[in-house]
Design a protein around this ligand. Structure first.
Ligand code: GUN
Length: 283
């Protein structure tokens, strides 16, 4: 049996970040203001705090300005919308990221729609998602962009392949399905109500899993030689695990992303890339 190879997100993300750092250094040396990312965190969701910390650190490492706004759990919708309006007008802020999920009393859709599409670094604004579906130039959400970058980096062929996406969120499942479709894959989207899921995943040449369920995809659900991309980050007592049973599935797959060290680092690298692209559009 040929050995399963690793889609090394940690390595590929680190190369992307180094490239961005070089560009930012040149920007600063030419006397221009650096790219700036505003991150808004509302409340005390522990996972969100970790993600926001990682994003801030990554910004600093490449030389971006990072503007962190930590708001208390009891922040009102009005207060949050006022902050977004202020960031929309701030010339030092090129990208705005409101960490999700927001506390239950806040209206996420309204907050996302309040971000100017040119500063919507997550690509979650309906204007950006609509353009993505239409195949027009837009800001692509960071995780789907990172997945496509990783597949391209390792020369994984997409055209004509059966791609199966497990999960239909606006953040990952739907956008990555459209990006795979744009690359001429035959795409199937599965979700919690899909009947006979394993019959579908067994046909996948490329399997992208964003189900949010630890070790949901097991060896018998995967076709021999498949490329398996695991978007899951599940915190168990035993540590971080993906949505894919890595040890079992690697016996069948030709390529697989590890957790951690696969898709996660790519998401952060693409956040930096999106911020840089938004900055460059303002020049
Ligand atoms: N929550 C989980 N993933 C993300 C992301 O990519 N962006 C934002 N804003 N919130 C998230």
């Amino acid at each position: 049996m040929t050995e399963c190879k690793i889609l090394d997100g940690k390595k590929v993300a680190s190369e992307a970040r180094e490239r961005i750092a070089v560009i930012v250094k040149e920007i600063k040396e030419s006397g221009k203001v650096p790219p700036g990312l505003a991150v808004v965190l509302v409340g005390d969701n522990p996972a969100s705090k970790v993600y926001v910390g990682q994003k801030e650190k990554a910004c600093k490492e490449v030389g971006f300005e990072s503007f962190l706004h930590r708001l208390p759990e009891e922040t009102t919708q009005q207060e949050l919308l006022e902050l977004v309006a202020k960031l929309n007008e701030d010339p030092k802020v090129h990208g705005i990221l409101v960490q999700l999920p927001l506390p239950k009393h806040l209206n996420e859709t309204e907050v996302i729609e309040a971000i100017r599409p040119e500063k919507d670094v997550d690509g979650f604004h309906p204007m950006n998602l609509g353009k993505l579906v239409a195949g027009l130039p837009c800001t692509v959400p960071c995780t789907p962009k990172g997945i496509m970058y990783l597949l391209e980096y390792y020369g994984i062929e997409i055209e004509g392949k059966n791609a199966v996406v497990v999960g239909r969120s606006n953040i990952v499942g739907k956008p990555v399905a459209h990006l795979l479709l744009q690359k001429n894959a035959t795409v199937t989207i599965c979700h919690s109500r899909t009947k006979n899921l394993e019959a579908i995943t067994q046909e996948a040449d490329i399997l992208v899993v964003a189900a949010g369920k630890p070790h949901f995809i097991t060896q018998h659900m995967v076709k021999k030689g498949a490329v398996v991309v695991d978007v899951g980050i599940n915190r168990l007592e035993s540590g971080l695990v993906g949505d894919v049973d890595f040890d079992g599935v690697r016996m069948k797959a030709s390529w697989i992303t590890p957790v951690p060290g696969g898709v996660g680092p790519m998401t952060i690298a693409m956040l930096l890339q999106n911020t840089l692209e938004m900055y460059e559009r303002t020049l």
